[in-house]
Ligand binder design. Structure first.
Ligand code: GTP
Ligand code: MG
Length: 1136
């Protein structure tokens, strides 16, 4: 197929039913980019000989060098199938976990996905991740089992073994899909039940749930991958071949006279050809016969590989080529590398692009087939219900479903990421080759000029010419052409003049898709931020307004002009005038309006799309600074650009003033730093060692000491002793009892707090950690109610999830200590959604429950006590940075057991006997609150003082004198209470055995038996722990699953790769937080311990090492003995 012209692509863009927006997804190195090469080569963009070598979609230099894709990029291809023309908008995505956010940006814009699986490695962690992502976005997948050549050449399997191996891979993939499907059906079923229960709330008696019922009723056969369904292709992208079972069914039906439909159903499966009966029979395995797939398909391919690559049997190859009816160039036959001949034969016999694109066109949906479920999901941000959206917004669902491209349809566009492009690659700045017409025009011009010259040399009074009368005409036309030329020259000049300025500026192109309507160059659109809410805004805007109107400023909404529209062609961009619905496109000129992603629409009723599902947590952070301090402004600008150009990198300025870059992993970090150096900041920069996050927690008192001796009660006493000893250092005026209850009084002695810290059960901590979104929604609801704003409409599914969370907490928090705890939760922290709990155990204080969103009838009552908020804020601050090394807390429950507020009389008696003035607490508080709201600048979440329900009491006004002065000298009361609460929590925390939690990666390493020992060596050196080791059946490859602290992971992948000569390369994925068992404050106390660990005892203490490293980095004091054994040093000196 020849190269498709731009006009043709533009025409194809209008035929929505023949558009396929697809992405290629897989684990790293399973062959996505190689597959993309084959597909691109088939449309004539480059020669098919280069396919697999060029890796066209890996346009960055570092992608080519490292051999991994780092970003998703799109290309539009023209394909003809069964006489119809199709436009395939293909997106290649990266497979490395560090770039999984790029996969999310690709998946959002597509309707279908090609999932590639390596035939040797099978289903890997990222394969599961991408299948889940495709599932979450409701896009249809098809499967390619790639690298089948490796089974033949590397593993040397026989055709029958290959068949069994392929079957296993299919089973694995289908198992992943199956588990996704089951969880969804069960969820839907629960939802339905909840709905029906809600409608019969009072009438229904006891209900018995039959959870399996939903599964049996629902037909799921279409979901699975099966060669006979036509959604599986077997391939070797590197050799350029691939086939679906259909192709062979058609081939053999002609050859053998068996119906193609019959062959299609039996070619894959336990069927064999009975030579006697000349019939296809079932039960090949039982009877020890060759399955049809082996006999008709695999054996052919296998013998081709054998003849060409293994045996290099020229005659046999020639015979095969002629029997297949192929024509192979003589130079391919002569080539020394047999792979060249192989791919020449295979790519003619079973061209991969044909098999894949035919499957894509027939099995994957067009933009018109978008499902209602997907549309509703896209339109409902967070916990909102679709039917709670305004009517105008709900009407837009139709526009999504119709996907119309006429002018009446509202325009809806989603931008999934912004990517930076070199200004030279922009089509408007590129020097284009001249078109045929332009060349003709120039030729004509030259001819005319020549004629003119000739005429001039002949003289004006040439009688011959004057007589013809043509000169005037010719002169006129020459004049016109000249004018034309002049204007063109002017254009180029103006372009040139503007170029230097343009080159300075980084150009961003939005990676986007049109969901409805037609976008045009110069069109005005609304840019809707993720917090935009049409329900709030619509009534403020005039009906039928558009982005071109002069509108009042609305939060989270802006108006932009679409400056340029581009067709994305891999490494190139082509300029377009308009793009109809259903297409993927690039949009220029949005850098001022869109940071990373956004929704654009001509209708203000359009809701922002749900945010992208990012799988990876950015966890690796480094501080960056310019080599030359004067370059700081450039660095700041560069970091801003980097933030915009990367979907998941975060940049921030820490309290210390450091510029911090947060990335998903080591490879991602490297890429970000390279980009910063070479592209965005263009300066030399230095990056700190990665900053490793830790968490602080407490545990139950251990029963054994470090040498495994029973400790009895001695430890408890030691801890309390330690805390008391440190009292004077940290905070005055607190007491701690033998049980760990800390009592602390505010500086002005008006309030006393009693706080106790308790470790949360592990399950509760994980549960809270996983449910942070739910908790945030809940707390948002509570805050709205508290501040008297309109209650948040929470959808049924979220309510269910909250109910479920509550129930789970109740089951995990069992026992005397936790009785009634769930209903007494005060709040969560840090940031009101973290994995720590504040518990209310105050007698006589019933505050509104945190679970009030579950209480439909608002039957529960309760009033907030004054300064409730200060307690919450103090708790938030305490959990945000703990006493060990100012890292956030995790898994800690603080229990408020005492909160006394002294009356002012008492206060006055004790402090100012001579100025006894009567005053109510309320008055004092009222004033303190006033001050608090003016002065105190606490954390943004609700640090402002709570207005007490009875603070506006009509009690008489009293004179305030010294009392207030005393209160004043310690600062506003609410501030004091916050500080006291924070200190009390910290001391309560210290009264318990403290531990650090380390962030852990999981990694899955594939290694052959020879290098297994080395892999284990590296793992144990880096404190890794092997969880599982299994051998992949029939391959001789071991899969090792291990966990490894993030702190030890830097350079791990490289080290493994080096030690195993590149045979094993691990993928590190953040998995969880794990308690480091050693006590950072431990010192040897018993004789055995001295014997065992020595006097200093720091060799073993991993946790102290980590803690001190963090403290040093943060500039906190570190207790360490620096000079030891001074005598020895002296002796050394003497000996010299
Ligand atoms: N033997 C064999 N090797 C293949 C095949 N397809 C790809 N490869 C090789 O596998 C390696 C990875 O291929 P890529 O296409 O870059 O893989 P990818 O999935 O794009 O990798 P990422 O983008 O980094 O996730 C390259 O060295 C390819 O040459 C195949 O069919 N057979
Ligand atoms: Mg790739």
């Amino acid at each position: 197929m020849g190269l498709t012209s731009l006009e043709k692509i533009v025409a194809l863009q209008k035929n929505t039913s023949n558009i396929r927006n697809i992405c290629i997804l897989a684990h790293v190195d399973h062959g996505k980019t190689t597959l993309a090469d084959c597909l691109i080569a088939s449309s004539g963009i480059f020669s098919s000989r280069l396919a697999g070598k060029l890796r066209y979609m890996d346009s960055r230099e570092d992608e080519q060098i490292r051999g991994i894709t780092m970003k998703s990029s799109a290309i539009s291809l023209h394909f003809t199938s069964d006489g119809s023309d199709y436009l395939i908008n293909l997106i290649d995505s990266p497979g490395h976990v560090d770039f999984s956010s790029e996969v999310s940006t690709a998946v959002r814009l597509c309707d279908g996905a090609i999932v590639v699986v390596d035939a040797v490695e099978g289903v890997c962690p990222q394969t599961q991740a991408v299948l889940r992502q495709a599932w979450l976005e409701n896009i249809h997948p098809v499967l390619i089992i790639n690298k089948i050549d490796r089974l033949i050449l590397e593993l040397k399997l026989t055709p029958l073994e290959i068949y069994t191996h392929l079957q296993k891979i299919l089973e694995q993939v289908n198992a992943v899909t199956g588990s996704l499907f089951t969880s969804k059906v069960l969820e839907e079923r629960a939802e339905k039940d909840a709905d029906s229960q809600a409608s019969f709330d009072n009438t229904s008696g006891e209900q018995v749930y039959d959870w399996s019922a939903g599964l049996e009723e629902t037909d799921d056969s279409h979901l699975y991958f099966s060669p006979d369904q036509g959604n599986v292709v077997f391939a070797s992208a590197i050799d350029g071949w691939g086939f679906s079972v259909q192709q062979f069914a058609q081939l053999y039906s002609k050859k053998m006279g068996i119906k193609a439909e019959v062959l299609l159903k039996t070619l894959w499966g336990d069927f064999y050809l009975s030579a006697k009966a000349k019939k296809i029979m079932k039960g090949a395995q039982l009877k020890g016969k060759k399955p049809l797939f082996v006999q008709f398909v695999l054996e052919n391919i296998w013998s081709l590989y054998e003849a060409v690559v293994i045996k290099r049997d020229k005659d046999k190859v020639e015979k095969m080529v002629s029997s297949l009816g192929l024509t192979i160039a003589a130079r391919d036959f002569r080539h020394t590398d047999p792979k060249v001949l192989l791919s020449a034969i295979c790519s003619q016999w079973l061209p991969l692009s044909h098999a894949v694109l035919t499957m894509v066109c027939s099995k994957l949906p067009s933009p018109l087939d978008i499902s209602a479920e997907r549309v509703e999901k896209l339109m409902c941000v967070g916990a909102r219900r679709f039917d709670s959206l305004p009517d105008q917004t709900q009407d837009l669902k139709r526009a999504f479903m119709e996907c119309k491209s006429d002018d009446s349809a509202p325009v809806i566009v989603f931008v999934s990421k912004m990517f930076a492009v070199d200004s030279k690659t922009l089509p408007q700045n590129k020097q284009r080759p001249l078109t045929q017409e332009e060349i003709a025009q120039r030729r004509e011009l030259a001819r005319q000029r020549h004629a003119e010259k000739f005429a001039a040399s002949q003289g004006p009074d040439n009688p011959e010419q004057a007589a013809t009368g043509n000169t005037a005409e010719a002169a006129a036309s020459i004049g016109e052409i000249r004018k034309d030329l002049l204007s063109k020259q002017m254009e180029t000049m103006s372009l040139k003049a503007s170029t230097p300025e343009k080159e300075d500026k980084e150009h961003f192109v939005a990676f986007a898709r049109v969901y409805s309507g037609v976008v045009r160059r110069g069109q005005r659109m609304f840019v809707l931020g993720p917090k935009y809410d049409p329900a709030v805004v619509l009534n403020k805007l005039p009906a039928g307004c558009s982005a071109a109107d002069d509108l009042p400023s609305i939060p989270h909404m802006a108006c932009c002009t679409l400056e340029d529209l581009y067709l994305l062609m891999g490494r190139e961009l082509e300029q377009l005038q308009d793009v109809p619905s259903g297409n993927v496109l690039g949009i220029g000129g949005l850098e001022e309006f869109v940071l990373k992603s956004a929704t654009l629409s001509t209708s203000p009723a359009c809701p922002p799309f749900t945010p992208l599902n990012f799988e990876a947590t950015p966890i690796v952070r480094v501080a960056v600074e310019p080599k030359h301090p004067s370059d700081m402004p450039k660095l700041v600008r560069g970091m801003k650009l980097l933030n915009q150009a990367d979907p998941c990198a975060e940049v921030l300025i820490q309290d210390t003033g450091e510029h911090v870059l947060v990335t998903a992993g080591e490879v991602h970090l490297q890429r970000c730093l390279d980009d910063l150096r070479e592209r965005f900041a263009k300066i030399e920069i230095s990056a700190s060692e990665p900053i490793i996050p830790f968490r602080e927690t407490i545990i139950r008192p251990p029963k054994m000491d470090m040498v495994n001796e029973d400790m009895g009660k001695q430890h408890k006493v030691a801890v309390i002793h330690q805390v008391k000893g440190e009292q004077s250092k940290y905070c005055e005026g607190f007491q701690v009892d033998s049980d760990g209850l800390v009592t602390l009084t505010t500086s002005n002695k008006l309030a006393t707090l009693g706080i106790r810290a308790m470790p949360l059960p592990e399950e509760v901590t994980w549960l809270l950690e996983d449910s942070s979104d739910l908790i945030r929604t809940m707390e948002q609801f509570n805050l709205n109610v508290k501040e008297g704003r309109e209650a948040l409409e929470i959808n049924q599914r979220t309510l269910e999830a909250i109910q479920d969370l509550k129930q789970k907490l109740e089951t995990h928090l069992q026992g005397r200590k936790w009785r009634g705890a769930v209903n007494h939760i005060w709040t969560f922290g840090p940031r009101r959604c973290g994995p720590n709990i504040l518990l209310n155990r105050l007698e006589g204080y019933q505050r509104p429950s945190v679970w009030q969103c579950l209480d439909k009838h608002r039957s529960e009552v309760g009033v907030y006590r004054d300064f409730d908020n200060s307690i919450v804020s103090g708790f938030q601050l305490a959990t945000l940075s703990g006493p060990m090394c100012e890292e956030p807390l995790m898994g800690v429950c603080f229990i408020v057991e005492k909160w006394d507020m002294k009356t002012p009389q008492h206060f006055a008696q004790t402090h100012h006997q001579d100025s006894v003035e009567e005053e109510t607490t309320e008055d004092l508080q009222e004033q303190a609150e006033g001050e608090a709201s003016n002065n105190y600048k606490g954390p943004p979440q609700g640090a402002h003082a709570q207005v007490s329900p009875h603070s506006n009491s009509t009690a008489g006004r009293y004179k305030r004198k010294d009392d207030i002065a005393v209160a004043d000298c310690y600062g506003p009361f609410s501030g004091q209470l916050i500080a006291a609460m924070k200190d009390a929590c910290r001391q309560a925390f210290r009264a318990k055995p403290q531990r650090l939690l380390a962030a852990m990666y999981t990694c899955e390493i594939m290694a052959t038996a020879e290098v297994l020992g080395r892999v284990y060596g590296v793992l144990s050196k880096r404190e890794g722990r092997v969880l599982q080791e299994a051998m992949k059946e029939g391959t001789g490859v071991f899969i090792i699953k291990a966990v490894l602290p993030v702190a030890e992971s830097f350079g791990f992948a490289d080290e493994i790769r080096k030690r195993t000569s590149g045979l094993a390369s691990p993928q590190l994925v953040f998995s969880h937080w794990e308690v480091i068992s050693s006590d950072p404050f431990w010192v040897p106390t018993t004789e055995e311990e001295y014997l065992h660990f020595g006097e200093k005892a720091d060799s073993e203490n991993q946790s102290r090492k980590y803690m001190n490293a963090v403290r040093r980095r943060k500039g906190l004091c570190v207790e360490e003995k620096i000079v030891e054994h001074a005598e020895k040093q002296r002796t050394l000196g003497k000996n010299k």
